[in-house]
Unconditional design. Structure first.
Length: 220
DNA sequence: CTTTGATCATAC
DNA sequence: GTATGATCAAAG
């Protein structure tokens, strides 16, 4: 079943709400997706399935899932009580000096400007997991402020060649972690002297605490 | 139980 | 190599 792109936010949200309560195996059957026994070798399976079910324009392009709506789709793994259990990847970090200089123009802020969060309940076999109640969200002023503070700290260190000081312990809600096929995957970055050196690619992630707070504030 | 650092699949 | 989609698994 091929789903056309949603016309507007209301249609997108309505579709997502219609999926709530369904098992992933049912949704997969509708869209001719094979259901893996576990996600060990299929880590992006849930996200891709939900994209198909909602009519996202799939692909590896650097734009929102719904370009005409400016909406990004993120699945959120939660336990039976609705608590988010994992961090959420936002975007990769530009280590080569081409990173945005201000929060206003950075990728993190653009990506998080409008997000459709779709909770996925359970950690058992993927097909048995349930789709939860979706939430169409934008950061409120407090959330934007804390994200900005974290981003500016990371951006400053990366921009001044101090990547070695950046690890996952930094950032209240936005952290920087490896993002690669494996630890031997290297990209170029600049050290403190401006010399090109090889480093592991990194990405920006939202701590589970942050996304947990978003769901709690809206549903409890 | 939670978090950090590492890893998996796929398209281009 | 870059991007998309994330979860795994060891360590705290």
């Amino acid at each position: 079943m091929k789903v056309p792109a949603p016309r507007d936010e209301a249609e997108l949200l309505a579709r997502a709400e219609a999926l709530a309560g369904r098992r992933l195996a049912e949704v997969a059957a509708d869209h001719v997706f094979a259901v893996p026994e576990h996600l060990r070798r299929h880590k992006g399976w849930i996200g891709q399935l939900v994209e198909a079910a909602l009519g996202a324009t799939a692909g590896s392009r650097a734009e929102p899932d719904f370009p005409h709506l400016g909406v990004e789709l993120k699945t959120l793994p939660v336990d039976e009580t609705g608590k988010v259990t994992q961090s959420t990847f936002v975007c990769s970090a530009q280590l080569d000096g081409s990173m945005a200089r201000t929060w206003e123009e950075c990728w993190v802020r653009k990506k998080l400007a409008r997000v459709l969060w779709v909770p996925i309940v359970g950690d058992g076999p993927p097909g048995e997991r349930l789709i939860g109640t979706p939430l169409l969200w934008s950061p409120d002023p407090e959330e934007d402020a804390v994200l900005r503070a974290d981003w500016e700290e990371h951006a400053h260190l990366i921009g001044t060649g101090q990547l070695w000081q950046v690890n996952a312990r930094r950032g209240q809600v936005l952290q920087v972690r490896p993002k690669a096929a494996n630890a031997s995957d290297l990209t170029w970055t600049l050290d403190e002297e401006g010399e090109e050196v090889r480093e592991n690619p990194r990405g920006f992630y939202l701590r589970a605490r942050f996304t947990r707070g978003i769901l709690e504030r809206h549903f409890f």
